[in-house]
Ligand binder design. Structure first.
Ligand code: PHE
Length: 366
């Protein structure tokens, strides 16, 4: 059997003297080549195999040319030439195919290395959202801005004058006790943390001539015992409209419009008599329960109604403090607890979660 070493000898030395023997010799050689490249492809060392077979000086095919073909006897020379060409074509063809296969394999492994696994969880970037209270304020502001109100803000530290007296709550008036006020220690003027946003009614009317149509969002403070519905601080939005011809009907219409906008077109409104020193008459505004729609459930304590906020026609006594003419002017005012409205609308059961800033809670209101 021919081995690749046999190419060092001439055909005459090997006793190959017929075209048949030539053919079988080249068949053996071709098998040897195929075994060679089968081995090399697994080690991917194609270059060594190429030099061994196709090297210009010492390659097997070159040796065959020198040792087999050139000195070949006349009778077998054409057969040697043909077989050599066939072998050469086979060898070169194989190397081309193998090189291409090797490139593909390399590309595939590189691709496998670099590949992005789309099934892996991505890097999550936490994006903040507007707080539920902020969102509720924006909703309230949207509603009132759409009917001509404007937003003003005022100080959280107030004087007793703005927080009480000018609002018709004189000293020793029982309404002061209800308010459980925080006083600023050491303040000669008796500064306090405002207990409601109503002082901004006075501050606005002092500065501006009628007509006035404002809403006042802001924080207010009361010495309540904190529980699931009370805290030291909560959020209000005040409203005030004063003009020459504002009637109780305007008040009622505005309130009903607000309730429908905030709770949906099916919500109905009810006014219950109430008392605030700075409004006369005063009312509590109720709406049909947003949970049962008015038929009665646990949330509305089976009454079908939910208390929303306090309101009323501006008490003429208040105009006296701001140099407005009570004979010519009239208006209405309201004060809403924003936390309450947010809890109600979004089904939040506990007040404290609104200030604890637990992201598990906040995330529910994107
Ligand atoms: N200031 C009142 C409160 O905090 C609410 C209110 C505002 C009532 C305006 C009537 C008019 O309870």
């Amino acid at each position: 059997m021919a081995t690749t070493d046999s190419t060092k000898q001439t055909l005459a030395q090997m006793g190959v003297d017929s075209p048949t023997k030539v053919a079988s010799l080249f068949d053996d050689l071709r098998s040897a080549f195929d075994r060679d490249v089968a081995h090399e492809i697994s080690s991917l060392d194609l270059e060594a195999a190429r030099v061994k077979w196709l090297g210009r000086k010492a390659g097997i095919l070159a040796e065959i040319g020198d040792n087999w073909l050139k000195p070949a006897a006349k009778e077998i020379k054409p057969a040697v030439g043909q077989s050599l060409n066939a072998l050469k074509a086979h060898v070169e063809g194989q190397f081309t195919a193998l090189a291409a296969a090797k490139d593909t394999a390399r590309e595939q492994s590189a691709a496998a290395r670099d590949q992005i696994d789309l099934s892996l969880p991505g890097v999550e970037r936490a994006i903040g959202t507007r707080h539920l209270i902020r969102q509720t304020y924006e909703e309230l502001e949207r509603i009132f801005l759409s009917i001509g109100f404007r937003v003003v803000e005022g100080p959280e530290i107030e004087t007793p004058y703005y927080n009480f007296e000018a609002l018709n709550i004189p000293e020793h008036h029982p309404a002061r006790d209800n308010m459980d006020t925080f006083y600023i220690e050491g303040s000669k003027a008796g500064h306090l943390l405002r207990t409601h946003t109503s002082p901004m009614q006075i501050r606005t009317m002092e500065k501006e001539k009628p007509p006035v149509r404002i809403i006042v969002p802001g924080k207010v403070y009361r010495r309540d015992n904190p529980d699931s519905t009370h805290g030291y601080m909560f959020h209000q939005i005040e409203g005030l409209a004063v003009d020459t011809d504002i009637t109780f009907c305007d008040f009622k219409g505005t309130v009903e419009y607000f309730v429908r906008e905030f709770l949906g077109p099916k919500a109905k409104t009810r006014l219950r008599p109430s008392y605030f020193p700075f409004t006369e008459p005063s009312a509590e505004v109720d709406a049909t329960c947003h949970v049962c729609g008015g038929s009665g459930c646990r949330v509305c304590k089976f009454s079908g109604w939910i208390e929303l906020f306090g309101a009323g026609m501006v008490n003429p006594a208040v105009y006296g403090c701001v140099n407005y003419d009570p004979e010519k002017l009239s208006g209405f005012a309201f004060g809403m607890g924003v936390d309450r409205l947010a809890m109600m609308k979004y089904g939040v059961g506990e007040l404290p979660v609104l200030t604890q800033n637990d992201v598990r809670f906040l995330r529910q209101f994107p």
